[in-house]
Design a protein around this ligand. Structure first.
Ligand code: GTP
Ligand code: MG
Length: 195
């Protein structure tokens, strides 16, 4: 898949700022440092559309990336960063539920989890939040280049069990280094934009 157009449209904190293009939206969530920015950059073949940084917890807004004028990737602040205050966390929760509860354009929720590790309580809560709002979920195991192929089934099993993954959802492994998973994930994402 060649991507010619990928630009940030707006960093929004409230519904009045959401784009009015009516394009399908794919939201991306995951704990801080899971590889979310790298995922976006790899998917759109850009080195730094989404900023990868050594400074976790920097994103505080909903970042709408217009991809090929066909869909938006909506990057949300990573969770689970220890230095974020309770007040900030509550603000995060309000911003997310406001978006999830009201947004008709939202078609798919991506949950990025580190393929190496058992999902955290916050990962489970994020999965449950998607389920609560009836958002179809794509769980993506990131940094898969760090795991031997012979261990894939074991890791996938642990992740699915811990999340209490439901059969209607989809699971993919991904690496921004090897680009493993990219084509399959694009195919899945695009199936939500066509009809
Ligand atoms: P924050 O926005 O800071 O919360 O992080 P993020 O989730 O956007 O993660 P980011 O893409 O900035 O990557 C975090 C770290 O993980 C960086 O050091 C990346 O080099 C590393 N990383 C990202 N993707 C991969 C991958 O596929 N494989 C490996 N091995 N490392 C990765
Ligand atoms: Mg990031």
């Amino acid at each position: 898949d060649r991507i010619n157009y990928a630009e940030i449209t707006i960093s929004a904190v409230s519904p009045s700022q959401y784009p009015e293009d009516g394009l399908t939206e794919i939201v991306l969530a995951g704990r801080s440092n899971v590889g979310k920015s790298s995922f976006i950059n790899t998917m759109v073949n850009r080195k730094k559309l989404a900023r990868t940084s050594g400074q976790p917890g920097k994103t505080r807004t909903l970042n709408f990336f217009n991809i090929e004028k066909e869909l938006f990737f909506v990057d949300v602040p990573g969770y689970g960063y220890a230095k974020v205050s309770n007040a900030e966390q509550e603000k995060w929760g309000r911003m997310m539920t406001e978006y999830f509860a009201t947004r008709e354009e939202l078609a798919l929720g991506i949950l990025l989890v580190d393929f190496r590790h058992e999902p955290s309580d916050l990962d489970v809560q994020m999965y449950d939040l998607y389920k609560y709002y009836n958002i179809p979920v794509l769980v993506i195991g990131t940094k898969a280049d760090k795991i031997k192929k012979s261990k894939y089934n074991k890791h996938e099993g642990i992740i699915k069990r811990t999340l209490r993954f439901e059969p209607e959802d989809k699971f993919f492994t991904f690496s921004s280094f090897s680009r493993e998973g990219r084509d399959e994930i694009w195919e899945e994402i695009l199936s939500y934009t066509r009809n």
